[in-house]
Design a protein around this ligand. Structure first.
Ligand code: HC1
Length: 573
């Protein structure tokens, strides 16, 4: 171990620890704008975290500088405080001064750091530093405002190293340096998969979701529109954070109440079609196993993952389940099944979905997602956009009563709700596949090997006559690559694979509350497992009463004619 002092306090740290970590041990918080400790991203680029080390001529970036025996470190000397103030003032001088209406107002790391280092005015002429405004609105999901970029490079790290997409790179040098797609192409013309993990990484408002709140307000205020809403599993595990509730709060009932107060005509749930997905996908898997179809079959509900497969592994598209995602199954049924049972003209139905995901905005606009004869899902809002609407409407979210879903597309089982956590789709599918094959229930419905944040998880589950069914789960596209490369090499031993685009699954999607850390991922997933284990009456998709009803009244049978027309699709190279 290493012994040093920080502000004259004795500290002992492990070899390899940084000065930043040593300071934390001494109870000192150092401001930083570029470091992202959750992802080991400490480029020392912003210089806000500088500290003074006795005997060293220049200040050291504490996030990257290694602690050494006998060092005397000062985090609050005059030299340090003046340097930090100057650095932050220089960043602010070249940053648009529009905090009051910036998407990150109130949740901006630059704002917080400016307060923390005590900036009182900007001594530098901002005219001199004014950058050309470049707003890239080409993507259906993400807006890029390079004038706000502070060059922390976190977006580059997540896009390149974690998602292995590399749509964003550092460009230019010196004062001109910034981050952008290659050749400064519009984002929509790159291989960006719309996952929004760059948005989650951005400390300021340089990357954000395409805001569609006004389109929804307009529909809600149009008396000719019958506006229905569905919410992804992950929303109920995170929305409370936008209103100051602790991560891990399960707010299903308050979320329903808020949506009703906003004026939605029917409050339904994506979980209804998550259960339906399990029936269709489970039967598809069994059919492939029996008939010698393409295996392993891979889940297809995460649209960032689909786009990734299309760009990087087009030769493996045949492995994708043909099932549409629950969002798109819901959209297709809202304008067919629901229109039929409620007697409402589908032309007047406006279908909104609330997703933890920016890529869902892109998915809803894909040309094949019109099987009802209309665009199946009209608008997708992220968790953050819904929170903005609730705030704008003055709804006291925390004190709302719990309300219940509308029929016939609201009720769900515990199997559906865990879709929002990595491994959840697999666990839900195994529960039902086991029951279909054996006629019995799994003795323990909790399939622990597929839970948690390990990058690739595997399990072998004995399923009656099928023997041990080998399955794997990957979350984050870098992890997915490992399983895909095995398939390409002809070495995959799995029958069924779950891939979710975002690290942690949908609970950490690009539309969820910021910040999202591994600790928060686990807390949000925990809320969904509580919903499954403690709240829901049923825990297996085939037990869902509204799913049974939709087959009886409308679809008739899994993988039947109507299912193929509305619930399935296929992807071509
Ligand atoms: Fe997801 Fe899904 S789980 S993709 O992560 O299959 O976004 O939450 O809604 O569609 O159900 C997201 C979450 C979501 C779909 C479901």
């Amino acid at each position: 171990s290493i012994n040093l002092t920080v502000n004259n306090i004795d500290v002992e740290v492990e070899a390899g620890a940084t000065l930043y970590q040593a300071a934390q041990k001494a109870g000192v918080n150092i401001p930083t704008l570029c470091a992202w400790f959750d992802k080991d991203h400490t480029p020392g680029a912003c210089r806000v975290c500088v500290v003074e080390v006795e005997g060293m001529p220049s200040l050291a970036a504490s996030c990257a500088y290694p602690a050494q025996n006998g060092m005397k470190v000062f985090t609050n000397s005059d030299k340090v405080r003046q340097a930090r103030k100057m650095i932050v003032e220089l960043i602010l001088a070249s940053h648009p001064q529009e905090c009051n209406f910036c998407v990150r107002n109130g949740n901006c790391e630059l704002q917080k750091v400016a307060e923390m280092v005590g900036v009182k005015n900007i001594r530098y002429d901002s005219e001199e530093f004014d950058r050309d405004r470049e707003l890239d609105t080409s993507s259906p999901a993400i807006v890029r405002d390079s004038s706000k970029c502070i060059n922390c490079r976190r977006c580059v790290t997540v896009c390149e190293s974690i998602q292995t997409v590399a749509a964003l790179s550092p460009m230019n040098r010196g004062y001109e340096s910034t981050v952008s797609p290659a050749f400064n192409l519009p984002l929509n013309e790159t291989n960006c998969v719309n996952c929004g993990q760059c948005v989650m990484a951005c400390p300021v408002g340089a990357l954000y979701e395409k805001d569609q709140v006004d389109e929804v307000w307009k529909a809600l205020q149009d008396p000719t529109r019958h506006v229905v809403v569905q919410e992804a599993p992950a929303i109920r595990a995170a929305l409370g954070e936008e209103f100051g509730m602790p991560p891990g709060s399960l707010v299903t009932g308050k979320m329903i109440a808020a949506l009703r107060r906003l004026g939605f005509d029917k409050v339904f749930d994506t979980n209804f079609t998550a259960d339906l997905t399990i029936i269709e996908e489970g039967n598809e898997l069994l059919k492939r196993v029996k008939e010698g179809g393409t295996l392993p079959m891979i889940t297809s509900c995460s649209p960032g993952w689909i786009k990734f497969c299309e760009h990087f592994y087009p030769d493996l598209l045949g492995h994708l389940s043909t099932c549409k995602s629950p969002q798109q199954m819901f959209g297709a049924l809202a304008k067919t099944y629901y229109a039929q049972v409620s007697g409402i003209d589908p032309a007047n139905i406006f279908s909104v979905s609330i997703m933890p995901c920016t890529a869902k905005k892109y998915e809803a606009q894909r040309p094949e997602m019109k099987s009802s004869g209309y665009q199946d899902v009209d608008v997708v809002l992220t968790t953050r956009e819904l929170a903005r609407m609730i705030k704008e409407a003055g709804i006291d979210f925390v004190n709302l009563p719990d309300e219940k879903y509308d029929d016939p597309m609201g009720e769900y089982t515990g199997a559906a709700t865990i879709f929002g956590a990595t491994g959840g789709v697999m666990e839900a599918a195994l529960r039902t596949v086991y029951a279909v094959v054996t006629g019995e229930e799994l003795s323990d419905l909790n399939i622990m090997p597929v839970r948690g944040l390990e990058g690739v998880k595997a399990a072998a589950v004995p399923v009656g006559a099928l023997g041990d069914v080998k399955v794997a789960v990957a979350h984050g596209l870098g992890n997915a690559r490992k399983l895909l490369d095995e398939i390409r090499a002809g070495k995959s031993e799995y029958a069924f694979i779950e891939v979710m685009c975002c690290p942690g699954g949908c609970v950490a999607g690009g539309g969820e509350p910021i910040p999202t850390t591994d600790e928060i991922r686990m807390l949000r997933a925990g809320a969904l497992y509580r919903d499954d284990g403690e709240v829901q009456q049923y825990r297996q998709s085939h037990q869902s009463p509204p799913v049974k009803a939709v087959y009886e009244k409308f679809l008739k049978e899994p993988l039947g004619h109507k299912s193929h027309e509305l619930l399935h699709t296929h992807y071509v190279q």
